[in-house]
Every structure is written in C-alpha cells, then in structure tokens.
Design a protein around this ligand. Structure first.
Ligand code: ATP
Ligand code: MG
Length: 409
C-alpha cells in the first residue's frame, strides 16, 4: 500500500544550471529561486516546494493546471529546464509501473527516445546501462517509439536514490539566467518605448531586482506614457516579487532648462536631469547601478559623445545591456517577452517637448557643464523628486491617477 501510494507522487521538477552555482552561494541561490518560484506559482495548486541538490521539486496534486504551470515557469529565471516527474520505489517493477504512469500522463514520446539512468546508490544490483536497456525495452514495447541514443526527441531520466527513484519525462527549456535577486538591485530608466523594457528584462535575467523610474512631462503632454509604464511594470512584475515603480514629473524642470540653456543641448540636459533623478533614487534604495535601453547610434542622441556627456552625472555604473543590439533584434525580443504591444501604443515622448528641431548629436561634457551654470540642476532634481509618486506592493493595484494628481498638485 505504502509503495503504491509512493508511485503516485507527482512533481514538477526544475533544474538549474550548475555553472551558475558558485560554492558557498548555493544555498542562498536556491532559496532565492524557491521564493521566486513560489511567487510565480501563486494561485496554482501545489504542495510545499523542496530543494534536492540542483533540483527543485514542486508537488502537484492534479494535472489540469499543467499548462498554467508551464506558462508560469517562463517567468522564473534560473530554471534551465523542467518537466513532470514521478517518485517511485527503486525495484525494476516499481520503475516500469512508474514509467507507465508517466506515459499515461504525458502521452507516448513524440518521436524517438532514450532512457538515462543516474545512480546515486552505487550498490544497486543493476548497472546504469543494464537498467537503461530494460526500461528502454519496456517503453518501446508499450509505445512502439524508436530508441535513439545519440539524438533522441525525448530523454526519460531515472535518478536512482537510496530509498526511491525519480522518473522525469519530456523536459522543456526554462528561461535560464540567474534567479532574480542574487545580483542585487538596479534602477532602470524606463520610458514608454520598445528598448528600455527589453533592457529591464535582460537585467532581471541576470539576477537583478528592479526599481523602475519613469520621467514624464504631464500635464504638458498626454498621460499616455504613464499608463504605458504602469502596464509594462505590471508585465515585468511577474518575474520579480517586490517590483517598484517611481513616476517623476519633469515638465516644469524641462521648461526651466529650455528657457535657460542653448536649444541644441536640451535633450542632453534633460537626460542628465533624468539620470540624476535615477541616481538619487538608487542611493536611497542601495541600488548598485543604473540601466538604460540605449543602443549605440540607434538615434542621433545615442552617440559616444552624448553618452559621455550624459553618463558623467552619475557615480554609479551605467549599464546599457542593449548597446550592441540592432533595432530589429530588440523588437524581436520585445515581441517574445510581450512588451511590444504596450510599447507600440502612441504617446508623447517627454523629450520631444521643449525640444529644438536639431538637437546635437555631439554634445561635449564641457558644453553640458557650462550650460548647467545657467540654472541650478540640483534644485531641479529636488523639485522633481518632491512630486514623485512611488508605487509598490501588488502591481495589479497600481493606478495612474496617483501620478497625475502628484504632477499637477
Ligand atoms: P526607448 O525605446 O527605451 O524609449 P529610445 O530608443 O526611444 O529608447 P531614447 O528615447 O533616446 O531612446 O532613450 C534612451 C534611454 O533613456 C531609454 O532607453 C531609457 O532608458 C531612457 N529614457 C528615455 N526617456 C525616458 C523617460 N521619459 N523616463 C525614463 N527614462 C527614459
Ligand atoms: Mg524613447
């Protein structure tokens, strides 16, 4: 009876990339991954998540939600592959019964297959190749699927532990990367455009917690960009517990800069203002870097000269994960991660208000610094930050009205 119960134990099994697991950091890495998995799976029926070596097991009680589980797994960075697994006894009989059950649940192999046995218990009476042959033959007899040892469509894995075995069926690719949180916090300058959400996604995939900062010129422009970044933040928030968004009105500051400084330098000066705002928020939150969606030469403002003139105002590393990407590559990724339909909505870029027809592509740092003697940049930053709106908690509850009120009040 006990054995038969055992044979019904069903799990989602997720594997992580071993190279990412560096010695002493491993327990913490796995804890972070489990926390993120719990967050991503919230609302779906499952048991207590367990860690075994480099695997994470999520007990499942039924299979109806399997498609939903698969979708959610795409949101958990650090998972390199995952599949359905069944816990059985270690006798050949238990193993074949378990395989039958697994095939019942997942269907026959969609092509060729092979069986790979890994023995933790080296005292097991059969060698791995012997057991692979027996179990392979069993599957072949049941399903008629051909064996292919070099390039199988499906690999059935058998992990033989001391008191039980774990059978894994078809494995699916996970998103890879590092669990969100293990690399620390970064502040992302998020516009409503296509690039910065992709840059944000890339940094989460490298294990960073995000704080998002958006600057806008409402009421000088429509509030569309604010609505868009809230949607983008909600979308990206699926990958990370504790998403934060800060909305900062800069329209008045832009107007002041426009009145004081040479027209062709305005875009660079607005960008310096945004970067100072992001840096102040980063220091508040102990973030280790600022991230933008810039890509070299993509638009006339994204030149090496302008990057230097803009980047000089921050003492934090300024990360540009898309710097070497082509626009079509960025667009393809925006489609894949689901931010493209939001970014596509037309809005008014705040950097197009109070902007001359010919902003310079080659601002020198000296020119920017000289222009800023005509106004007080630090005071502008403080004035903008005083009217910021901070969003945290459940992103589903975030509402644009708070930011609109703060911008006009
Ligand atoms: P994106 O598609 O991300 O808007 P872009 O190609 O339109 O990028 P720019 O408008 O020059 O390029 O902006 C470069 C970067 O500056 C953006 O990727 C973003 O990180 C930051 N940025 C631009 N506008 C804003 C804004 N209103 N609020 C916060 N960050 C911004
Ligand atoms: Mg933009």
């Amino acid at each position: 009876m006990g054995m038969r119960q055992r044979a019904r134990h069903l799990f989602l099994i997720a594997r992580v990339h071993e190279v990412a697991l560096k010695g002493a950091n491993r327990p913490w890495f796995m804890r972070t991954l489990v926390g993120n998995l719990e967050y991503a799976l919230s609302g779906l029926p499952h048991g207590r998540i367990q860690v075994r070596n480099l695997r994470v097991l999520v007990p499942l009680s039924e299979l109806e939600s399997w498609p939903a589980f698969r979708e959610r797994l795409d949101w958990v960075f650090g998972v390199s592959s995952y599949g359905l697994a069944l816990e059985t006894g270690t006798s050949v009989q238990s193993l074949t019964a378990g395989l039958d059950r697994l095939l019942e649940l997942t269907g026959p192999p969609p092509g060729s297959f092979c069986v790979r046995v890994k023995r933790t218990n080296k005292g097991y009476p059969l060698t791995s190749p012997e057991l692979e042959r027996i179990l392979g033959q069993h599957i072949q007899e049941r399903t008629g699927a051909p064996v292919n040892l070099t390039a199988p469509t499906v690999t059935y894995r058998v992990d033989l532990l001391y008191d039980r075995a774990l059978l894994t069926g078809e494995e699916y690719r996970g998103p890879g990367g590092l669990p969100v949180g293990v690399s620390g916090r970064v502040v992302v300058l998020l516009s409503g455009g296509f690039d910065s959400p992709v840059a944000a996604y890339r940094m989460m995939k490298r294990g960073c917690f995000l704080t998002l900062v958006h600057c806008h010129a409402y009421p000088y422009v429509r509030p569309t960009s604010i609505e868009k970044v809230i949607s983008i933040a909600q979308h990206l928030g699926r990958y990370q517990p504790g998403m934060r968004l800060h909305i900062v009105p800069i329209g008045d500051a832009q107007r002041e800069i426009a009145l004081a400084a040479p027209p062709e330098l305005r875009v660079v000066l607005y960008r310096r203002l945004m970067l100072r705002i992001a840096t102040a928020i980063a220091h508040e939150q102990g973030a280790g870097a600022i991230v933008t969606g810039e890509s070299l030469g993509q638009v006339s403002s994204q030149t090496l000269e302008n990057m230097r003139a803009i980047g000089a105002v921050t003492d934090l590393p300024l990360l540009r994960p898309l710097v070497g990407f082509n626009k079509d590559e960025i667009m393809a990724e925006a489609v894949r991660i689901g931010t493209e339909p939001i970014s596509r909505i037309r809005d008014d870029d705040c950097c197009t208000v109070f902007v001359p027809l010919h902003p310079t592509a080659h601002a020198t740092l000296e020119e920017a610094t000289a222009a800023e003697r005509l106004f007080d940049p630090a005071a502008l930053v403080q004035a903008c930050l005083a009217r910021r709106t901070d969003y945290d908690g459940d992103p589903a509850t975030w509402d644009v009205s708070a930011a609109l009120l703060a911008a006009t009040g």
